[in-house]
Design a protein around this ligand. Sequence first.
Ligand code: TMP
Length: 211
Amino acid sequence: MNNESLTEKLKGKFIVLDGPDGCGKTTQAKLLTQWLQARGISTNNFRDPGDTPIGEKIREILLSPQHIAMSTRAELLLYMAARAQLWQEKLVPAIREKTCIILDRWVSSTCAYQGHAGGVGMHNVIKLAEDSLSMPWPDMTIILDADVKTTAGRLPGRPDRMEAKPPEYHEKVRQGFLELAEQRENFFVVDAAGDIETVHEKVKKEVLKYF
Ligand code: TMP
């Protein structure tokens, strides 16, 4: 495909990179953003939760290891609140300007973490997302998948409150992502066990195939 038609196709599109902690999605979201920008495609990269003053405060509350008392339903609502703010403050203007958006996590994370691993139920998360967000489903979601041993080995020495949850929780998170990818359209699973450049090539291939 020539560059011009890719630029046209990606205008105002909304692509999510998601997956378990340590899957490498933050690095891959940045590389994908840089690759698109280098091709002259106006692209913005945001993280969820965060990237707004309110969202960053909610993120701190969610990830502070001091908040061990937090219930899964409180987590669910806080993640959704940060996302609603990100949508309003950053994503609506970017879409209006026809910028391509690369998002580091989105509703798929809440389905896998609070819905599947946390036991709220993915269908309940989806119901809440569809009631609270104008665009709960992106144009494309790439799930970066690797086994828990691999992803755990990539985590920082001092884990945050979510990373510190036990290996069984993280195994369920992974299964939640894989189940969701089977259920929904426009979800693509990429093997994230390889090195950064290998995974980047696979991500680019999926984007070029889809658009
Ligand atoms: P990050 O460090 O990848 O930005 O994500 C923050 C943590 O929050 C990570 O452990 C995954 C978790 N999380 C959820 O549990 N539910 C959600 O809806 C989102 C977006 C993240």
